[in-house]
Design a protein around this ligand. Structure first.
Ligand SMILES: Cc1cc2nc3c(=O)[nH]c(=O)nc-3n(C[C@H](O)[C@H](O)[C@H](O)COP(=O)(O)OP(=O)(O)OC[C@H]3O[C@@H](n4cnc5c(N)ncnc54)[C@H](O)[C@@H]3O)c2cc1C
Length: 479
């Protein structure tokens, strides 16, 4: 087997989304001598992350912020010198609404994704019937599950808190994040801390209340904390992509260069891609190490000739598509006060919308003075057809529902539709076991790592972590 030149290993990164960029950046950050080449199929880096500036509006065409409790996004921004550009959600508008019979009702105060931290707001919410509230309160006394087996989010929440809390609160909140079918979404792969709470405290309500009691001062979201639970960059998340790109060596990013085939020859990874007359790199090219930061369905296709069992496991991770419809209005056109960050829509409401974000309330500089920017999230496993529906059919459908729930008069003056087919990996029951099997097989291949949203978390900080960890492990293989 040919030994790589340890002084300046050649590393290929395939996929220029946030995971691939974080991997390439981490490699040169740790070892400026390594030669990194990043191959991106599309015309721009960033993958789904894309900020649009038009007509005075600043629109995030997919992700609009990231969580601070998973620290890798914050850490990377600070290392890149973007710390001063991070902005928190507007404290005046931190509440979330849930739609019930076309009316927006505030999520009970203290309800955190899956469980209440305060009982009184739950007792008085109009979102639940008296029976639903009583059933939720019984959670305190329901014996915990004792085994470690996975289960669906729907089964877990119905078992602990009852059908109503699931249908009216948890399902819409979790759907808005994972765009997933709750009957299949794995609780262990997505929100395992709630199973840990059940195991360690016997009840979610008891665990949440204890945590609140012992929470250190300055927890995200509390007054005095440096950042809120979610943050973004003042000029949009594309700033992160641009800054990462600018820190990579000149000519290390190959745009419009889809990798079509991968072969393993004598311990080196051979990459095949279409040649451009202007390209300076030979075709095909050999690399000492390879990081695949492509969506897992593409990673499966690329690895099929190398290890078909591994490819089969990767191909079994299902993906759904979503679309974001951004709408700009004059403030006067909207009857609802929009006194929150946005609204989520339970599946039982039978609406095509998953959620509406009140973007210009959530963060500053999203809309010109006197204007409002709304971002409507559709698709996912609830309505997969909407992710690829033609704009002229999708727009009227979305407008009809937005007008009804937010009392909007007249047409929007600004419209942008962004379609993201096959971009949301679905962490179905058994996902963690599948990832363990994938990692076992990856370990048998020389200097190959996977990164991206299909494995250990879909959020931006998790994707950054996956890319950085892949780069660190590759470099460790050379030391
Ligand atoms: C609509 C939407 C809203 C979201 N909102 C949030 C949010 O608010 N906060 C949050 O934290 N997360 C959010 N997410 C999730 C998060 O943005 C993504 O999980 C993350 O950005 C994915 O990064 P990635 O690098 O894994 O994949 P991608 O961004 O999909 O990048 C993969 C890249 O690989 C390239 N590629 C594919 N095949 C090849 C090939 N053969 N050769 C070369 N290149 C190839 C693609 O062109 C693409 O650029 C959202 C996602 C979506 C779709």
């Amino acid at each position: 087997m040919t030994q790589p030149d340890l002084s300046s290993p050649r590393i290929a990164v395939v996929g220029g989304g946030i995971a691939g960029l974080a991997a390439a950046h981490r490699a040169v950050e740790l070892d400026p001598r390594c030669q990194v080449t990043l191959f991106e199929a599309g015309p721009r880096p960033g993958g789904v992350i894309s900020t649009l500036h038009r007509d005075g509006f600043q629109v995030e065409r997919s992700a609009d912020n990231f969580i601070t409790t998973v620290p890798f996004g914050l850490h990377l921004c600070k290392r890149l010198g973007l710390g001063e550009e991070l902005i928190s959600t507007n404290p005046a508008f931190r509440r979330t609404f849930v739609v019930r019979r076309n009316r927006l009702r505030p999520l009970p105060d203290g309800f955190l994704m899956m469980a209440p931290t305060r009982l009184w707001p739950l007792a008085v919410t109009p979102l639940l019937s008296p029976w639903g509230k009583l059933r939720a309160a019984c959670e305190y006394f329901i014996p915990p599950r004792t085994d470690d087996a996975d289960e669906s989010m729907a089964d877990f929440v119905r078992r602990r808190l009852g059908n109503e809390v699931f249908d009216r609160l948890v399902e819409p909140l979790v759907s808005a994040v994972y765009a997933a079918d709750m009957q299949r979404l794995s609780v262990l792969a997505t929100l395992s801390r709630f199973r840990e709470m059940e195991r360690d405290h016997g009840s979610l309500i008891r665990a949440m209340r204890r945590q609140i009691k012992h929470r250190p001062k300055g927890h995200p979201g509390e007054s005095g904390a440096r950042y809120s639970l979610f943050v973004t960059l003042r000029d949009g998340l594309s700033r992160l992509v641009e800054t990462l790109t600018s820190r990579l060596p000149a000519d290390s990013i190959r745009l419009n260069t889809p990798i079509e085939k991968i072969e393993l020859h004598d311990g080196k990874w051979r990459l095949f891609f279409p040649t451009h007359p202007s390209s300076l790199i030979p075709h095909p090219s050999d690399f000492d190490a390879l990081i695949l930061a492509t969506p897992s369905w593409m990673t499966a296709r690329l690895l099929e000739p190398v290890d078909s069992t591994l490819a089969g496991e990767l191909a079994a991770i299902r993906h759904e598509g979503t679309a974001i419809v951004s709408l700009g209005y004059s403030d006067r056109q909207i009857g609802h006060p929009l006194d929150g960050m946005g609204a989520v829509m339970p599946a039982v409401e039978q609406s095509p919308i998953l959620a509406v974000s009140f973007s210009s309330r959530k963060y500053p500089h999203r809309a010109p003075p006197g204007k409002t920017l709304l971002r409507v999230f559709v698709g996912g496993s609830r309505r997969p057809d909407l992710a690829e529906m033609p704009d002229d059919a999708l727009l009227p459908l979305v407008l009809r529902h937005v007008e009804k729930i937010l009392h909007v008069r007249g047409a929007p003056g600004f419209i942008d539709l962004a379609h993201w087919p096959r971009t949301m990996p679905q962490y179905h029951v058994g996902h963690k076991d599948r990832i363990a099997r994938i990692e076992t097989r990856i370990a048998t291949l020389p200097r190959l790592r996977l990164a991206g949203n299909a494995y250990h978390g879909v959020g931006i900080p998790d994707c950054i972590h996956s890319g950085e960890t892949a780069a660190e492990r590759i470099l460790a293989d050379f030391s």
